[in-house]
Ligand binder design. Structure first.
Ligand SMILES: Nc1ncnc2c1ncn2[C@@H]1O[C@H](COP(=O)(O)OP(=O)(O)OP(=O)(O)O)[C@@H](O)[C@H]1O
Ligand SMILES: [Mg+2]
Length: 261
């Protein structure tokens, strides 16, 4: 008997309907995404995998609204992002979204600490003590000692961890992380994955891109892209579900067809 993903009882949070993204390039068209139909539910923990150039970052940019589809619709909480102005979208991002960019994009003129403080300052009415939260996040990615350095004074892996801390600063309801462990040693990657797991446990929705299939398997669901299309959408059980499923001798992996909903 298939085991239902606990998160699916919750409302659809992100919905992509027949999304295509084309980039015109010197007379030809690069089809980065084609016919993407994907629904992500509140509280889900989703990894996105696929070869280099398969469209993973483009897919993340469609969800964050940093870029827009050529065709199709992206709906967040039932709202078509196409209908929001850039200002509305930026406001929404500050209040609801944390983004770890593939190439970090820390602000070079701000220290690590100030990079982490910034999203809290931009968030409307963020009531938690900013400095305490920044300290806690920098400890969680083991960067507290380097909080006063500027991004250029950090290694790639350190910048990546700083980017994770910054993305979580505004306690976002959705975290989008494009290869958050790509430049990390296995122990550093484990710490970052622990932070992502805690974020999901706190009821947030986490979507991350990775090239590492073991890292991908931490999530409860893995979406595989190939040439801009979803070719696989696999759900696995969370630890909690595994425990209750093993009590009932339930099935451990539930394959669902690609292009769900
Ligand atoms: N701004 C752009 N202009 C033209 N082509 C682009 C642009 N952005 C992405 N592409 C192309 O779209 C395709 C998908 O790119 P994307 O960056 O989404 O891949 P990816 O899966 O994230 O790859 P990687 O694993 O290397 O980060 C690639 O063929 C890429 O060259
Ligand atoms: Mg990418």
């Amino acid at each position: 008997m298939p085991v239902e993903n606990k998160a699916q009882a919750k409302p659809a949070l992100i919905r992509m309907e027949s999304v295509a993204k084309y980039f015109p390039m010197s007379g030809e068209v690069i089809k980065a995404l084609e016919d993407i139909n994907l629904t992500i539910y509140e509280g889900e923990f989703v990894s996105v995998v696929g070869r280099s150039g398969s469209g993973k970052s483009t897919l993340m940019n469609m969800i964050t609204g940093i870029d827009h589809p050529t065709y199709g619709e992206v709906l967040i909480g039932g709202v078509k992002t196409r209908l929001l102005s850039e200002n509305e979208m930026a406001r929404w991002r500050c209040n609801n979204l944390g983004i770890v960019f593939q190439f970090y994009q820390l602000i070079p003129v701000l220290s690590v600490m100030d990079n982490v403080l910034l999203p809290m300052q931009l968030h409307d009415g963020f009531s938690v003590d900013h400095t305490d939260r920044a300290e806690q996040l920098l400890h969680s990615v083991d960067l507290w000692q380097k909080k006063d350095r500027f991004p250029a004074q950090l290694s790639g892996g350190e910048q990546q961890r700083a980017a994770v801390a910054r993305a979580l600063a505004n306690d976002p309801s959705i975290l989008i992380a494009d290869e958050p462990t790509g430049n990390l040693s296995s122990s550093e990657a484990k710490s970052v994955m622990d932070v992502l797991k805690q974020t999901v446990s706190a009821g947030r929705t986490v979507i991350y891109v990775t090239h590492d299939l073991d890292i991908a398997a931490t999530a409860w669901r893995t979406v595989t892209l190939s040439d801009g299309r979803i070719i696989k959408d696999e759900k696995r059980l969370s630890k909690y579900q595994k425990r209750s499923a093993s009590k009932k001798n339930g099935q451990q992996i539930h394959q669902i067809p690609s292009q769900t909903d």
